[in-house]
Design a protein around this ligand. Structure first.
Ligand code: CAA
Length: 258
């Protein structure tokens, strides 16, 4: 595994954890963090021994956004030319389930990174927001689109136009986060969810993730058709035979990923 400077990487069983590690800058997402998170996630995605990936930050900040100091003096030609933040989209092509474990600030790009994951588990200290408008810009890592799909137009407009922060409870009520847990138990809770997912058949988990994601990309009829075809395809795997045999034999399933 590559040697990283701005993130920590841990493996425990079939779960891998990527921890953003720029504490002095509240995990601001500079170009090095972006390159490392994306490279780590892509590398882990190639490993069938990894069944789920957690992305997390610190107690104080998941990430306080894109690195304002790094981008403040850039010109239009530079940000357009380098397609600033375009590389984050590579996370959408990671097929292993991605879980964001969020404590503290998840602002701007931090909120957007959490939303690039498949599900968000939040500590009760989590604060989500898209404050870009206060800096004279707008979200640039998908926030205007993913937040709107997650929480609807009313709340998305509220957050994007005022830049206000939303606490964990409001985020859960709004459908942005899957679960809220006490801050001290965040990593344990995320690990439990990740381990649970990683205990399933990896190709089937990928299929399930693909099917849910299709709901955001296509029509209902097309999405349902894709789901049904994928459901049929599941019968070509050993894991479907194992999963159903285990149910009939009243024992836990032991999935092989084949
Ligand atoms: N970029 C660069 N540095 C940042 C940063 C960011 N997004 N957020 C915090 N930092 C740095 C601060 O500059 C400070 O560094 P120094 O000690 O060298 O001054 C350090 O982290 C600690 O921050 P604060 O002293 O500000 O900590 P605080 O507890 O008083 O406030 C905060 C915390 C409310 C999160 C505040 O830091 C803040 O408002 N940060 C910026 C949030 C923001 O606007 N994010 C959006 C960025 S734009 C974006 O993300 C675009 C996009 O869509 C991709």
């Amino acid at each position: 595994m590559t040697d990283f400077q701005t993130i920590l990487l841990e493996r425990d069983g079939r779960t891998a954890t990527i921890t953003l590690n720029r504490p002095k800058a509240l995990n601001a997402l500079n170009s090095e963090v972006m390159a490392e998170v994306v490279a780590a996630a892509e590398e882990l995605d190639q490993d069938p021994g990894v069944g789920a990936i957690i992305i997390t930050g610190s107690e104080k900040a998941f990430a306080a956004g894109a690195d304002i100091k790094e981008m403040a003096d850039k010109t239009f030609a530079q940000v357009y030319g380098e397609n600033l933040f375009g590389a984050w989209e590579r996370l959408t092509r990671v097929r292993t389930p991605l879980i964001a474990a969020v404590a503290g600030y998840a602002l701007g790009g931090g909120c957007e990174l959490a939303m690039l994951c498949d599900l968000i588990i939040a500590a009760d200290t989590a604060k989500f927001g898209q404050p870009e408008i206060t800096l004279g810009v707008i979200p640039g890592m998908g926030g205007s689109q993913r937040l709107t799909r997650a929480v609807g137009k009313a709340k998305a407009m509220d957050l994007v136009l005022t830049g206000r922060q939303m606490g964990a409870d409001e985020a859960e009520r709004s459908g942005l986060v899957a679960r809220v847990v006490p801050a001290e138990g965040l990593l344990a809770a995320a690990k439990e969810v990740a381990d649970k997912i990683a205990s399933m058949s990896l190709p089937i988990a990928m299929m399930a993730k693909d099917a849910v994601n299709a709901a955001f990309e296509t029509t209902l009829a097309e999405g349902v058709r894709l789901e049904r075809r994928s459901f049929h395809a599941a019968f070509a795997t050993d894991d479907q035979k194992e999963g159903m045999a285990a149910f009939v034999e009243k024992r836990p399933a032991n999935f092989s990923g084949s």
